[in-house]
Design a binder for this molecule. Structure first.
Ligand SMILES: [Zn+2]
Length: 401
């Protein structure tokens, strides 16, 4: 039998107390900063958040002194293309998921296992792959990261019973619509409705072809298909015009997914459009990695710094794009600091020698923060990140038994 450490699955964390938090980001865009300095966790779940004097912090199995650093919900990458294990054939890299955990990401969501060499495109084959990928990542978490995979790329000829069968087998996501043979709005809309009826969430590719062999999905197809997530609204890589992207934000009420792999100018325009339309809760972030642009362990942190600095959006709001917004839209039990949620946290501080005086100020100036620790399900998965610039201060484990 594989043990918890080798599979990355959660063991029992017991009672964990995190005290002396300097800044607690909630993940909730309606109230992004909490007036609290302590979190109490039991067996991987947050049980209390508040002031230390008001909470039961006695006899923890693990006591962490945050040393006045910032604690935020673990970051969620809404758009990745995993295959199996911690390997990507796209750039032939090993360890990319564990490396991304060092960038503060604790949950990843597959937009399709499209890089699998020899990926089956017949209907029985694509269903089998989706079910296998869902099972494989449910049983194995590289670096502890929760990879929600098993996202079939829909093809012509699928019927409603295929979606029912997938849902009953535990598949909860569709791969990006448009990467398979279904590229027309009407046909996609029919399948999106079948998926939704059976509880499967859908994402559509938006913009120009990603690689030779794939195709364009324009704004009219996105609107007609009406998928739950407007996948990489800023393109992956090539974006629709800024005007069409803003039109999508306005005419659709679906999630606005902005990715690292897309057009950065349009990324900023889309986020600003969402704020102007008073729907900042619709914005979610992804990398779209691994891809032609490579593996991006710091991709989500870089998106946060980009949108906050050049997009002129307060950093505490942008962190919500990558945490609570995604959790709410995708019905995940993480992404928010509140009792009952998974104890998935990233501890950060301003990077050494940034010109920003505080963590939030440094991000608003365009610098990425230093990660000092990552916790998933109440278990410490890494200390000082090997990938971010060094954090000025890092949390310490002061007691464990
Ligand atoms: Zn795509």
């Amino acid at each position: 039998m594989a043990d918890a450490a080798s599979t990355g699955l959660s063991g029992k964390s017991g009672k964990v107390v995190i005290r002396n938090i300097g800044l607690l980001l909630s993940g909730d865009i309606d109230k992004p900063i909490l007036d609290a300095d302590t979190i109490v966790v039991h067996d991987g779940v947050i049980v209390a958040v508040g002031k230390e004097a008001e909470l039961d912090t006695d006899e923890p199995d693990l006591l962490i002194d945050a040393r006045k650093t910032c604690v935020a919900p673990g970051l969620i990458d809404s758009h990745v293309h995993p295959v199996f294990g911690d390997w990507t054939p796209r750039q032939n890299q090993l360890g990319w998921i564990e490396s991304t955990m060092n960038g503060g990401v604790t949950t990843m969501i597959s937009a399709g296992e499209v890089h699998l060499p020899g990926r089956p495109k017949d209907i029985v084959g694509l269903k089998a792959l989706a079910i296998t990928a869902q099972r494989a990542f449910d049983n194995f978490r590289p670096g502890g990261v929760k990879v929600l995979a098993g996202a079939p790329v829909i093809e012509k000829g699928m019927v409603e019973s295929d979606f029912k069968e997938l849902a009953e087998a535990g598949v909860g996501l569709l791969g990006e619509i448009g990467l398979g043979s279904v590229k027309g709005g009407t046909e996609a809309a029919t399948m999106v409705k079948w998926a939704r009826k059976h509880g499967i969430q859908s994402t559509i590719h938006t913009g120009g072809p990603s690689i030779p062999g794939s195709g364009l999905i324009d704004k009219d197809v996105v609107l007609e298909a009406d998928a739950d997530i407007i996948g990489h609204i800023n393109g992956g890589h090539t974006s629709l015009s800024e005007q069409h992207v803003c039109e999508l934000c306005e005419k659709s009420s679906r999630a606005i997914e902005i990715v690292h792999n897309g057009n950065e100018k349009v990324a900023i325009a889309a986020a600003q459009a969402a704020l102007q339309l008073k729907c900042p809760h619709r914005v979610i972030l992804g990398t779209d990695g691994p891809a032609g642009s490579g593996v991006q362990p710091l991709g989500i942190l870089r998106m946060i710094a980009l949108l906050s600095s050049l997009g002129n959006i307060p950093a505490e709001l942008v962190f919500c794009f990558a945490t609570g917004n995604t959790a709410k839209i995708r019905n995940l039990n993480c992404g928010l600091i509140e009792a009952g949620r998974a104890a998935d946290f990233v501890f950060m501080d301003r990077a050494q020698h940034t010109s920003g005086a505080t963590l939030l100020e440094s991000v608003q100036m365009g610098d990425i923060p230093g990660v000092g620790m990552v916790m998933i399900d109440g278990i410490v998965r890494c200390g000082r990140s090997r990938n971010t610039p060094p954090a000025t201060e890092i949390p310490v484990v002061v007691g464990a038994h």
